[in-house]
Design a protein. Structure first.
Length: 448
């Protein structure tokens, strides 16, 4: 970055660009500049080139698409930024990426595309301004089979007073119905409430990364940690009890005894859900293919629903799903004002025009986090639909993907190993917590 900072200052152009971005955002053809996009994913290069040609034909604005090779985006971006043909549109992967490139990230707070972001908490922000706009999202939570939960709510023998999953909005309520459903498993025709907790080595990412995101998210949020700062290089695991709450529920109200978790895979879990051996499973929207593709699948698309991962954290009644991305659009603050405006207009067109939205949904296959998409323009995958529904709920805040800040794969692997030992009874929880804290600090230091 020191080398980059010496290259092009373009102070006057940047000042003009700030003025422009305060009012830009979508008049097709209003810019006379050029768009230069450095694409992150080689697999969609041809689609972006098609888009570029279509946009130029419609507006007369030139869009140049260049693509970085796999696993070389950062190095490619560094070298490109040092040229006269630096990208006007690039991407960062989250707060750490912003920390590296903040001198090149224009303020997008007043752009029209940002105004249409369904959940503005997903944007990369600093000092109250938005510098990175997510252009595709994924989400995860607790997937449940509404046919089975409805069957439970209709039981005359149930010990709870709840009548639908719409009433379940915190951990206490989730535990209450899960425990009672487990007692009524035979009546419900299931082996257990939750699918197997897969803790076989290499199959434990749902817990040491995705579930672990919850306590890290709440710790950073509670302590108002700047996610782009060095303050993220240590944690106190202060929400360990909340993590333990839901983890214990998963391994207790389960289709298998806790001691068997070490031989189970994600495929096993998804198969159990698909065959209606359980009512719930934690996973992301990418899991629908696994469910629907399971031989003998019994779960109907209309019965696939999502519940947030409740852990007992204060205020979680307003918590949504874990929604995030490692894909954020940024506009080069050092590009000319005309090029910045052309770039802002291009991404606005992509997510608001009929042609652009068709490419986004049907060719790029994105879940777009913008309110410009009508129902018939959105993905039809039932889990993707659920992600969008939860993002649109008033008063609900999605849980951001803070696991992008986890210090290393070694940290995650060690955490998974600790969870396995805990589930099997060979490690106590206080030792798990102590190891999480020390491993995070050690791996953060090693990464420097």
């Amino acid at each position: 970055m020191k080398k980059i900072n010496k290259v092009v200052t373009a102070i006057l152009a940047s000042a003009l660009a700030v003025s422009f971005l305060a009012s830009c955002g979508g008049n097709k053809g209003s810019a006379k500049g050029t768009v230069r996009y450095l694409n992150f994913k080689p697999e969609v290069t041809e689609i972006y080139q098609e888009l570029a040609a279509a946009y130029e034909k419609e507006t007369g604005i030139k869009v140049i698409v260049e693509t970085a090779a796999n696993n070389s985006y950062e190095s490619t971006l560094t070298s490109k930024m040092a040229t006269k043909e630096a990208p006007t549109l690039f991407q960062i992967n989250g707060p750490r990426g912003y920390a590296n490139w903040k001198d090149y990230c224009a303020d997008l707070s007043n752009t029209k595309l940002y105004s249409h972001l369904s959940d503005k908490s997903l944007a990369i922000t600093a000092d109250g301004k938005a510098y990175g706009i997510p252009y595709v999202v994924e989400g995860y939570g607790i997937i449940y089979n509404k046919a089975i939960t409805d069957k439970y709510f209709a039981l005359s023998s149930k010990a709870t007073s709840y009548k639908s999953m719409d009433e379940i909005n915190n951990f206490a309520k989730l535990k209450e119905i899960a425990d009672d459903m487990q007692k009524n498993a035979k009546l419900l025709g299931i082996k257990g409430v939750f699918a197997s907790t897969s803790l076989k080595a290499g199959e434990d990412w749902r817990w040491q990364t995705h579930l672990a995101n919850l306590p890290v998210y709440y710790e950073f949020k509670t302590n108002k940690i700047d996610l782009a700062s060095d303050a993220t290089k240590k944690i106190n695991f202060q929400f360990d009890k909340e993590f333990k709450n839901i983890f214990d529920l998963y391994i207790t109200d389960s289709v298998i005894p806790a001691k068997q978790v070490g031989v189970k895979t994600v495929t096993d879990s998804m198969s159990e859900f698909a065959l209606e051996e359980c009512a719930m499973v934690q996973n992301g929207n990418w899991a629908w293919g696994q469910i629907s593709g399971t031989e003998g699948n019994k779960v109907k698309a209309e019965n696939v629903k999502y519940l947030p991962i409740y852990t007992g954290a204060a205020g979680e009644e307003k918590q949504g799903l874990c929604v995030g991305t490692e894909n954020f659009y940024c506009i080069n603050a050092k590009a000319s004002a005309a090029d910045q405006q052309a770039t802002a207009d291009f991404i606005y067109w992509l997510y608001t025009s009929e042609m652009g939205k068709n490419y986004v949904t049907n060719k790029l296959g994105f879940i777009a986090p913008f309110d410009t998409f009508a129902d018939n323009e959105k993905p039809t995958d039932p889990l993707a639909v659920e992600i969008l529904n939860w993002m649109a709920k008033p008063g609900i805040e999605s849980v951001s993907w803070n696991f992008t800040l986890f210090p290393s794969q070694t940290f995650k692997d060690n955490f998974g190993s600790s969870l396995l030992k805990y589930a099997q009874g060979s490690k106590n929880w206080s030792a798990v917590k102590a190891d999480v804290i020390s491993d995070w600090a050690r791996e953060s230091a090693a990464a420097e």
